[in-house]
Write a protein that binds this ligand. Structure first.
Ligand SMILES: *Cc1c(COP(=O)(O)O)cnc(C)c1O
Length: 468
């Protein structure tokens, strides 16, 4: 299968090349040239199948001849065997007809493990086959960095450098990154905030001599290799609840629109999804866009669901491409307008199409806390604040004809302060992570200066060794 850019000016790439590239050279995002169809019989057959087998069957339709089937089988087997739950992504009913899909049984307790464990193995395979290495860099406010570090640790083909704002992540999040002591893992505690981290990463990608010199690669949520792995659990969840004979509604706590776009992919592939609910916290750019047709950048407000505190949702561009009938010219116009004036208007027809498949709701801080408290009081189930946003947004649709599934994107112990404040309960880390806070840490403190960060990376990445 080939992948094309949403901006229409970059060459089409194979699966492997799209995964290594991340962003397209014209600034666009890669999408498959066509949507493979999964038949109703195949969907029915996914019920009660091991998760890795379903992952294999779905991802092979995109990876095609590019990654041979035996290798792809090994990759998905390896990616999911470290999950601490036998079914990888189990469903739990928290109210009649309302289920949460627990995506947090991976090594860092957030759903990003599901995609990152797949992506790291895939990149490792492709790089090894080509006899080359890459340098991975990323900025994190918490979840992405720890999931990436855990997935890339110890790999022969990659060195990973993750920038976090010094002293501004939670203790658990920092420890999950800095206690990984493998030689190829480099934690940079930047003297600045998250925006400084992100600006420096962007500057490094714009610096062509540096970028090409260290073979820079990104693993943020726009990488197709992450989206494709996230399609899988929509199928396993719906099949477990009676699809294809039954339609299902999904409510998805949303930041960069990656996770919910994977749900849209599942829909396009034939999964009978009645509706996808975009659940946002008070950073509600997507909710406003759906309601008004105006996509308008605003300042970021810090919330108790920090992994969804975003200014713009990068992956929304993929939906715009689809909803405009793959009109790259229109997508370019909208993205230019976003860059120049901070907003754009979604064409009427596209907005109508989006509204027929998506619903949206935003949960304030108070509603998020009340939801954690209410669900705990009614069922004894502890939600993390991100999942609580999803539960709050989806709840009006619960108890109807179709089952409602809210994606549980993090373990409550990852955000203990918010959970304790709302419920009075201190969520404990799972036993296998209980000693996390006492493990030794390693990190380097650097000033918020792109030149210094580049020098630090150049001195350490093995890509440079290969050239000397
Ligand atoms: C990243 C993240 C999200 C948002 O996912 P997107 O794909 O960016 O929409 C939600 N919840 C948690 C816990 C996350 O880490």
């Amino acid at each position: 299968m080939q992948f094309v850019s949403t901006r229409g000016r970059a060459p089409a790439l194979s699966f492997s090349d799209a995964v290594l590239a991340g962003l397209a050279s014209d600034g666009g995002l890669y999408v498959p040239v066509s949507w493979p169809r999964i038949s109703p019989d195949e969907i029915a057959g996914y019920a009660n199948r091991p998760y890795a087998e379903v992952a294999f069957d779905i991802i092979r339709r995109f990876a095609g001849a590019d990654i041979d089937e035996a290798t792809l089988g090994d990759i998905v087997e390896g990616a999911y065997k470290g999950f601490r739950h036998a079914s990888v992504a189990p469903l739990v009913e928290i109210a009649p007809g309302h289920f949460v899909l627990e995506l947090f049984h991976g090594p860092t307790l957030a759903f990003k493990d599901v995609a990152m464990q797949f992506l790291a193995r895939t990149m490792d395979h492709v790089l090894a086959r080509r006899g080359t290495r890459a340098t991975i860099v990323g900025a994190t406010s918490g979840d992405t960095g720890s999931a990436a570090i855990e997935a890339f640790r110890g790999r022969e083909t990659t060195d990973i450098f993750i920038l976090h704002p010094r002293g501004r992540t939670s203790e658990v999040q920092r420890k999950q990154m800095t206690t990984v002591l493998d030689d190829n893992v480099h934690n940079i505690a930047l003297e600045g905030d998250f925006d400084d981290c992100q600006d420096i990463v962007k500057a490094m990608f714009r610096n062509a001599p540096f970028r090409d010199g260290v073979k820079l690669s990104g693993v943020n949520s726009i990488n197709w290799g992450r989206i494709v792995a996230q399609i899988v659990y929509y199928f396993t969840a719906a099949a477990a609840l009676g699809s294809p004979h039954r339609q299902v509604i999904f409510s998805v706590p949303t930041g960069n629109f990656g996770d919910i776009f994977a749900g849209y992919c599942a829909l396009r592939m034939g999964l009978p999804i009645r509706q996808l609910v975009i659940a946002t916290n008070s950073n509600d750019i997507l909710n406003r866009a759906l309601r008004t047709g105006r996509y308008e950048r605003a300042g970021v407000m810090p919330t108790i669901s920090p992994s969804m505190d975003i200014q713009v949702s990068s992956n929304f561009e993929r939906l715009l491409f689809e909803a405009t009938g793959r009109d790259a010219g229109l997508v370019n116009q909208m993205m230019d307008s976003l860059g120049q004036s901070g907003g754009f208007t979604i064409p009427n027809q596209a907005l109508k199409l989006i509204a027929s498949q998506f619903d949206s709701a935003s949960a304030s801080e108070a509603v998020t806390a009340r939801t954690m408290q209410g669900v705990f009081a009614a069922s004894g189930y502890l939600l993390d604040p991100h999942t609580a946003v999803g539960v709050a947004a989806g709840s009006p649709l619960a108890g109807g004809r179709e089952p409602l599934v809210t994606l549980a994107t993090a373990h409550p112990a990852k955000f203990p302060d918010a959970v304790r404040e709302a419920t009075g309960i201190e969520p404990g880390l799972p036993a296998w992570l209980a000693d996390l806070m006492h493990r030794p840490e390693r990190m380097s403190v650097l000033p918020a200066d792109a030149g210094e960060v580049e020098a630090f990376i150049k001195a350490r990445t093995r890509v440079m060794e290969d050239r000397t």
